[in-house]
Design a protein around this ligand. Structure first.
Ligand code: ZN
Length: 383
């Protein structure tokens, strides 16, 4: 199919749209054209100067990582809380070319490393009020890294979720026998709530015979969302490979991008997608889990699709064949023969990444330096 973009929206998806009718034509034959990728677990609250904190030095500025791996939209997973969300918005969200949403931490100070165990900081009313004030940006609530034996962190996040009618995302922190993971996904979480880090090695996933435990498939069937959240320490092949072979596959594939994952096994979204490809998930399934599924999970169905009228976020990917290795969080390697490469990323109809210059002309034909503001988000203006 050809894909036509007009006024920042998808205008048509048809066979043989006449090239003469277009102001700009990009030949994407032999490439994979998909919606712009949606990564719902990232940490992008950089620039505060806080050492060792996810609302600080552990975060990255999104534009340096997103477009080059075909991502157009990210959700920050709780780096900011209801106390510092406005600072996050001013410092990063409003200044980024990447579309940034936020899961608001139930802890007021967010992930500063000092308050995540402080239950007096977990205020459902304050969190819900902030979410209602910024409904265009806040897509849910997050609890993370909680170490205590009580359900307080999860319960307060759920309370905020009920007050604001939004989903919650749970990083279960320390897995304690007093609050079993099975109870979390079977009883606590509502349909639409998200369990992230879903192939972390602490989850009781396989029984003594290596079979996926039925409660996981039942929870997924009930509508609980299982999200990858690979990160630096939250994805192991000895959980993922047998689970995927037996049909327990994450609803959404997300990176958990931060300074501890960007140069480790995770690397970036296309590398993570390549892992799933080489673990046997067919390409359409990998695309679905990085576009439409995550868009639905954060309730932004104007994204994640190439339906006519959708926002013109488009990714152009290439499947390379060769000998590759993929690394998990505990240093295990999976060998594989396919790898996805991001050729082009378009956000709102603007080209923001063009690896091989598909949108450009041979330099010999160029007579003067031209920026077309209708589609060109890539070249700097010389004015
Ligand atoms: Zn995270």
């Amino acid at each position: 199919m050809d894909v036509a973009i007009r006024n920042h929206k998808i205008a048509a998806v048809e066979k043989d749209i006449p090239a003469a009718a277009a102001g700009k034509v990009i030949d994407a034959s032999r490439l994979i054209v998909t919606p712009g990728l949606v990564d719902i677990h990232t940490h992008v609250y950089a620039g505060t100067g806080l050492r060792g904190a996810y609302d600080g030095d552990n975060s990255v500025y999104p534009d340096g990582f997103t477009f080059r791996s075909c991502v157009t939209t990210v959700a920050d997973a709780g780096s900011s809380g209801w106390k510092n969300f406005r600072d996050f918005q001013d410092r990063v969200i409003d200044r980024s070319k990447t579309r940034v949403f936020a899961f608001l931490n139930i802890v007021g100070a967010g992930m500063d490393g000092k308050h995540e165990q402080d239950t007096s900081e977990m205020d459902p009313q304050a969190a819900a009020a902030m979410a209602k004030k910024y409904p265009d940006v806040i897509v849910g609530f997050k609890t993370a890294h909680f170490e205590g034996p009580e359900w307080t962190a999860v319960d307060r996040a759920l309370q905020a979720g009920k007050l604001a009618a939004l989903p919650i995302m749970v990083d279960f922190g320390v897995f304690r026998p007093e609050r079993p993971y099975e109870e979390l996904v079977s009883q606590k979480l509502r349909p639409g709530d998200i369990s992230t880090h879903n192939y972390i090695d602490y989850i009781p996933m396989l029984d003594e015979n290596g079979k996926v435990r039925p409660y996981l498939l039942e929870a997924q069937k009930r509508g609980v969302i299982f999200d990858v959240g690979h990160g630096g320490g939250s994805f192991v092949f000895n959980q993922a490979v047998p689970a995927i072979q037996q049909g327990f596959i994450s609803n959404s594939i997300s990176t958990d991008l931060h300074i501890g994952s960007m140069n480790a096994g995770m690397k970036d979204m296309t590398n993570l997608m390549s892992k799933f490809l080489n673990m046997g998930v067919p390409l359409p399934g990998v695309i679905e889990r990085t576009t439409w599924n995550p868009a639905k999970e954060i309730r932004h169905e104007e994204l994640g699709s190439l339906a006519v009228g959708s926002i013109a976020d488009v990714a152009v990917l290439r499947v390379e064949k060769g000998n590759y290795g993929f690394v998990d969080s505990l240093g295990g390697r999976l060998d594989g023969h396919e790898k996805l490469v991001c050729e082009m990323t378009i956000r709102d109809g603007m080209i923001l990444w063009d690896l091989d210059g598909l949108s450009r002309i041979p330099w010999q034909q160029r007579t003067k330096y031209v920026v077309d503001p209708k589609w060109d988000g890539l070249l700097p203006s010389r004015r």
